[in-house]
Design a protein around this ligand. Sequence first.
Ligand SMILES: C/C(=C\CNc1ncnc2c1ncn2[C@@H]1O[C@H](COP(=O)(O)O)[C@@H](O)[C@H]1O)CO
Length: 272
Amino acid sequence: MKGVTPQDPKQPAGRRGGQQAGPITRSGRSRLATTTDQRLLDSRGPNDWVHTDPWRVLRIQAEFVEGFGALAELGSAISVFGSARTRPDHPMYTTAQQVGKALVEAGYAVITGGGPGIMEAANRGASEADGVSVGLGIELPFESSLNEWVNLGINFRYFFARKTMFVKYSQGFVVMPGGFGTFDELFEALTLAQTSKVTNFPVVLFGTEYWQGLLDWLSGQVLDGGYIVPADLDRLVITDDVEHAVATMRAGAADVPSRGEQLLAEAEDRES
Ligand SMILES: C/C(=C\CNc1ncnc2c1ncn2[C@@H]1O[C@H](COP(=O)(O)O)[C@@H](O)[C@H]1O)CO
């Protein structure tokens, strides 16, 4: 080939120049028959390695990279959780829609699991109010896709990567009536707060009729048994009022700078 000096394998490595493979130089008998990108592009060969844990670790890493990349500029946001099964004709669907809208009007992006039911309703309210409507979807054994009201969507393979995004990018949770998935999200937030992994993190239980029983059990059986302390219940606010829910988010997240304040602080840092 023009411009390429033929290699003489009898010459010492230093004189005849080595074969570069990333940071590694190979020559003589250590030369490889193919280059790294030849091996990458050659799709033949066994493919069971895609089912191995080291490969999964890279996929998990990619989910964090994609999630952090997509959400880094989001600014103030609140996550709304609740049942995937609430139908559009249910009163709680309409209320969740109002919650989404009110959060946008208060300056927040709205984050949900991107699915149907309460998630769809909150995304719908946010989107109709011209706000940022985030859906953090999850791959499930049965077919599911992001609801049509999501305007910033990410689909996750791994629940734990997705759960990190909810907590990292929202300043509080509004928890509407739901089942196991909703309980999981609620109790994760409460555990992270109890162990001081998150601070200034308000949690609203929306729907007194639905949640009062749980709150009574927590402040009776669980507290009396010494399984939690009174302070563990401090951040839980129960309400039926959309404005109260939003005001609770505002009050709880008061110490968190808005995106505008963050940008201002970053600009000041650069100038100093
Ligand atoms: C059950 C059905 C679809 C499920 N699709 C989901 N898509 C996205 N997120 C989901 C889904 N199901 C549960 N979640 C998460 O858990 C919470 C709701 O769970 P619950 O058990 O229904 O309370 C929700 O906040 C999501 O983050 C078909 O209808």
